[in-house]
Design a protein around this ligand. Structure first.
Ligand code: PGA
Length: 253
């Protein structure tokens, strides 16, 4: 049985005060939610993380994540955050390779491979994002591109290490656009990713991998997507900024 994960990506939203308010509201909503094989991961801006770890310390099914980290352990990298700093603070997850990092900060597979390695070395679990832009889907190149993204950044890992990874499939054309992938489109790509992992690491490893869908998941479309057999939850942007919406999505998972 693999774990269902409903992850929030707050992106560059919320002041410290607003973020803490949201965290408290989410905690109030989710604290009594059933916990069997389902967790929430709140990936917030760095300024919130220390407080988030404290807020959710006693809550087994709500975890905290960062949205990025550097590939080096420490050093003269002004403005960056190291995986060691995150891990030492008690943060267990980090999003790597979000399409906004790829698009605006030039992150490519070689860099992401280094980030994945360093995150794992610091005992941070990467939520590795992949997904195609619209023009690639329109020319039917989406499966090949996702294959390349996953293989180049992850397939040097051992089977044990790949067991620490969460993959998020996020078609770029669906992120923040209100245009959600159909349940069939999501299922097709998730099955493709699972097959790639099975071909490389065996079906037992592939069957345990949680693959999340991201891109305009809302309370009204979450259940249809999450019902697909290879969709193990979601990475939620806009709708994670309201406690009621995020809770409804968590409950649909
Ligand atoms: P969205 O963002 O839910 O606002 O589309 C998802 C993401 O970027 O992770």
């Amino acid at each position: 049985m693999r774990q269902t994960i409903i992850a929030a990506n707050w992106k560059m939203h919320k002041t410290l005060e607003e973020g803490l308010e949201l965290a408290v509201a989410i905690k109030a909503h989710l604290q009594s939610a059933p916990t069997t094989d389902k967790i929430a991961i709140l990936c917030t801006p760095y300024i919130h993380l220390f407080h988030m770890v404290e807020t959710f310390r006693e809550v087994d099914h709500i975890h905290v994540g960062a949205q990025n980290c550097h590939q080096e352990l420490q050093g003269a990298y002004t403005g960056e955050i190291s995986p060691q700093q995150l891990s030492a603070m008690g943060v267990p997850y980090v999003i790597l390779g979000h399409s906004e990092r790829r698009q605006y900060f030039g992150e490519d597979e070689a860099l992401l491979k280094a980030k994945v390695d360093q995150a794992l070395a610091q005992e941070l679990q990467p939520i590795f994002c992949c997904g195609e832009p619209l023009e690639v889907r329109e020319t039917d190149g989406h499966k090949a591109l996702v294959k390349k993204q996953v293989e180049e950044a992850l397939f040097h890992l051992s089977a044990e290490q790949i067991g620490e990874i969460v993959i998020a499939y996020e078609p770029v054309w669906a992120i923040g656009t209100g245009k959600v992938a159909s349940p069939e489109q999501a299922q097709e790509m998730h099955a493709h990713i699972r097959q790639l992992v099975a071909d490389h690491y065996g079906t037992a490893t592939a069957d345990k991998l949680s693959i999340l869908y991201g891109g305009s998941v809302k309370p009204n479309n979450a259940a249809d997507i999450f019902q697909q057999p290879d969709v193990d939850g979601g990475l939620i942007g806009g709708a994670s900024l309201k406690a009621e919406d995020f809770t409804a999505i968590y409950q649909a998972g």
